[in-house]
Design a protein around this ligand. Structure first.
Ligand SMILES: NC(=O)c1ccc[n+]([C@@H]2O[C@H](COP(=O)([O-])OP(=O)(O)OC[C@H]3O[C@@H](n4cnc5c(N)ncnc54)[C@H](O)[C@@H]3O)[C@@H](O)[C@H]2O)c1
Ligand SMILES: O=C(O)C(=O)C[C@]1(C(=O)O)C=C[C@@H](O)C=C1
Length: 302
């Protein structure tokens, strides 16, 4: 039996539209409703035929849904929560795809009626693109979906949500929300911050023109520009809502950079070599774990 029969998706950009496409592909009998604050996005999703019904407001989109998934930037969660709360069907599961998780428990938890099960989740899958045309049905296949149930979460609701993401092709893990935020600060948030910073530095550097940066952009810099092309609203909200973990990890990154700076200044080749060699091991381990989407073998072991 399917874990949910009527799914509502609030926010129909890259992740929301990918979710709709994936549900259509893997669980075709599920009725999908949803909405987006942007009328142009609603229109486009209607044209693409991704949903059974595109509503004009979050409240109208969630009526009768047994699963509601918020796929909006984290800064919009409280406003959406307040809009949907009075319309939710008793017993519904409310979840999300937000990139930080403690904030979801803190901002949505107090707004939802007691009959509703809040089970936050984070599919660790995405790209630098946004909007409904950027979505695709296989986005979540072979990727981790981290579910972060609050203390005392309903076991049946949790099992249904785990089954839902497994059916979409994801590997499911459970994590405590604050721990999730620390792990993702290291693996996703800080790398984005560094990319935004380095691309900004290159653009502002006196003595090197913007034309030269573009013309001679070497592989390393090019890879950073892909990450730094990510959605500014989404990432502004990630850093504002995962502030503590990001600042903690950033402190360590600054110290480690200072160590490298010192090694370069004093010509300590061995120290540089050791550091670079252990980074290579981590890259190898990521490929071996099947987590590199650029690897030609990606997905073969799933
Ligand atoms: N982009 C990624 O790689 C990625 C990966 C995993 C999770 N996420 C998370 O997914 C969520 C959505 O990100 P995305 O990449 O799909 O962004 P996106 O910009 O492609 O889509 C977000 C959509 O939400 C809509 N929206 C904004 N405020 C709204 C509101 N109040 N009510 C209804 N709709 C509203 C926007 O109009 C937009 O269409 C974010 O919380 C993000 O942290 C993103
Ligand atoms: O692959 C990318 O381009 C992404 O930025 C995806 C990515 C990541 O950092 O891995 C970004 C944000 C998420 O919440 C999850 C995935």
């Amino acid at each position: 039996m399917l874990p949910f029969a009527r799914v509502s998706i609030i926010g129909l950009g890259l992740i929301g539209s990918s979710l709709a496409r994936a549900i259509r592909a893997k669980m075709p009998t599920v009725r999908i409703t949803g909405t987006d604050a942007d009328p142009g996005v609603r229109e486009r999703v209607r044209e693409l035929g991704l949903l059974d019904d595109v509503a004009d407001s979050p409240g109208a989109a969630v009526v009768d849904a047994d699963l509601v998934v918020l796929a909006v930037p984290l800064g919009a969660f409280a406003a959406v929560g307040a809009e949907i709360a009075p319309e939710l069907a008793a017993g519904a599961v409310v979840s999300d795809v937000g990139s930080a998780k403690q904030i979801v428990v803190d901002s949505l938890g107090p707004l939802l009626p007691e009959t509703i099960h809040l089970i936050p989740a984070h599919p660790v899958a995405g790209t630098e693109r946004s909007g409904p045309d950027a979505g695709f049905p296989t986005l979540f296949e072979g990727r981790w979906c981290i579910i972060t149930p609050p203390p005392g979460a309903d076991e049946t609701a949790l099992a249904r949500l785990s089954e839902f993401w497994s059916r979409l092709g994801s590997k499911v893990d459970l994590m405590e929300p604050r721990h999730h935020d620390l792990v993702l600060a290291v693996t996703s948030h800080i790398p984005h911050l560094i990319a935004y910073s380095i691309v900004g530095t290159a653009a502002d550097l006196e003595g090197v023109t913007r034309g030269e940066v573009i013309k001679y952009s070497a592989g390393g810099f090019r890879d950073f520009t892909r990450i730094a092309a990510s959605d500014p609203t989404m990432w502004r909200d990630v850093f504002l809502t995962n502030k503590d973990a990001v600042l903690e990890v950033l402190g360590r990154v600054s110290e480690d950079l200072a160590v490298l700076q010192r090694a370069i200044r004093w010509g300590e080749g061995d120290a540089l070599f050791q550091r670079f060699a252990s980074s290579r091991d981590i890259r190898r381990a990521i490929i071996d774990a099947g987590q590199d989407t650029a690897d030609p073998d990606f997905g073969r072991q799933h």
